[in-house]
Ligand binder design. Sequence first.
Ligand SMILES: Cc1cc2nc3c(=O)[nH]c(=O)nc-3n(C[C@H](O)[C@H](O)[C@H](O)COP(=O)(O)OP(=O)(O)OC[C@H]3O[C@@H](n4cnc5c(N)ncnc54)[C@H](O)[C@@H]3O)c2cc1C
Length: 493
Amino acid sequence: MAYDVIVVGGGNAAMCAALSAREQGARVLVLEKAPETWRGGNGFFTAGGFRFAFKSFEEVCDLVGDLSDEEKASMDVPLYTEDAYYDDLMRVTEDLSDPDLALTLVRESQPTMKWMKAQGIRWIPMFGRQAYKVGGKFTFFGNLILEAVGGGPGLIDMEYESAKKAGIDVRFEAKAHRLHTDARGRVTGVEVKKPDGTTETVEANAVVLASGGFEANVEMRTRYLGPNWDLARVRGTPYNTGDGIRMALEIGAQPWGHWSGCHAVQWDYNAPWHGDRKVGDNFQKHSYPLGIIVNIHGERFVDEGADMRNYTYVKYGREVIKQPRRAAFQIFDKKTIDLCREEYRIREVTKAEANTLEELAQKLEIDVAGFVKTVDEFNASVMKEQKFNPAVKDGRGTRGLALPKTNWANAIDTPPYSGFAVTTGITFTFGGLHITDAGAVLDNEGRAIPGLFAGGELVGGIFYNNYPGGAGLMAGAVFGRIAGRSAARSAKA
Ligand SMILES: Cc1cc2nc3c(=O)[nH]c(=O)nc-3n(C[C@H](O)[C@H](O)[C@H](O)COP(=O)(O)OP(=O)(O)OC[C@H]3O[C@@H](n4cnc5c(N)ncnc54)[C@H](O)[C@@H]3O)c2cc1C
């Protein structure tokens, strides 16, 4: 047998699993369905932001390594303890996150960041996307502080570079198709389907599944997420079609977690059906807390300022698909447009600008009377006595509206007005496999399937309803690392 451990998938979770198994001395093969030009799965499309717990600013600085004194002095970083991370996870998932998996994610977050650093991954602060400059300092607002150097593409390059150095074999265009088991139910290898349609069986003592969710499978999306999810845009790779989940279920694995739930965001209305590697995540439109969001009738439908954006962007992405034509429009005026993130200034943006509200509504093809009424009522309700501060929950809300805006309310009264058309872009699905906190996949009777481990998006039970930004990569790294280590030990046992 040429390999001890096979890792299925080639994204962040898979590469962490492969590096971790190799560290234990295992001979490791990574099977990736996509061609090399698409390597990295959804991990490539990310900003590379990782959510981890830290109890001092020095711990953050240690992970970066080379921050100058001047840079350190320019940063205002609220501490993010393990308790705060756990509470955030439980709050946004309505207390449904599996406590063991949640605790493992939280407690292993910083150790895993350190381990990744030792594997060659470098970090920098997210000055641009996660901080506002207030009083001359970058104030980090959402407990998401570091990103990989070079964002998602940089993360993937560094992981593949480390894998190469470690002597891990990677095969592209190698679609894992079926798991082989012996008479005792132990996983003994993977059947691989090649582009020419032929199949081949690769044997190993243990397999780690890290092949993503089913967000790019239109049939599974409709079946599990419900009506209209067939019409969502896929934000990332077209290759995450639920194969790993299906293969595991076929040998008796237990489905687990929020199968009708997913991570979705507001995404440019004219974005392609799946991710574009040149545009990356810039079709997203995440500055809505600075403005208002309306539908084609000109009506608001969410509290844009309910919480810091990292804790609302996922559930609001899902609200958009419920609107007529699955469309929404983010509206800003001259006072706030310059505070919007860089993704609002890309060439591939669906936007209109006008000097009057009526003209803006006409250009965006939304109901003019409905829109003007909404904006007039909104403007009249703003609590002007509170000071606007986008870096904290400023309490500058609305008064008297049936649907309030809780923070960051500013009258939309200073032309030019800007409107951005968005629809729903799906990121990943929440339902998946049931694992132990050692990464072993459980069967329907709650027993570990010998030789089968999993990490990343295809694990169910961590995220329900909502998600704290930056927890996807972190969960993939934490559970990928654990699954790789467990697989290597099981392969040698
Ligand atoms: C646009 C965008 C932005 C994001 N931004 C962030 C962010 O900043 N921070 C964050 O924490 N999360 C972010 N996420 C979420 C994050 O990408 C995921 O949580 C994470 O990448 C999941 O890692 P994974 O390894 O499980 O899956 P992936 O990275 O998607 O990797 C799965 C891999 O499996 C391969 N595969 C599928 N089927 C098979 C098969 N049958 N055989 C072999 N290989 C197969 C796929 O080709 C793919 O390469 C973002 C996602 C997107 C789409």
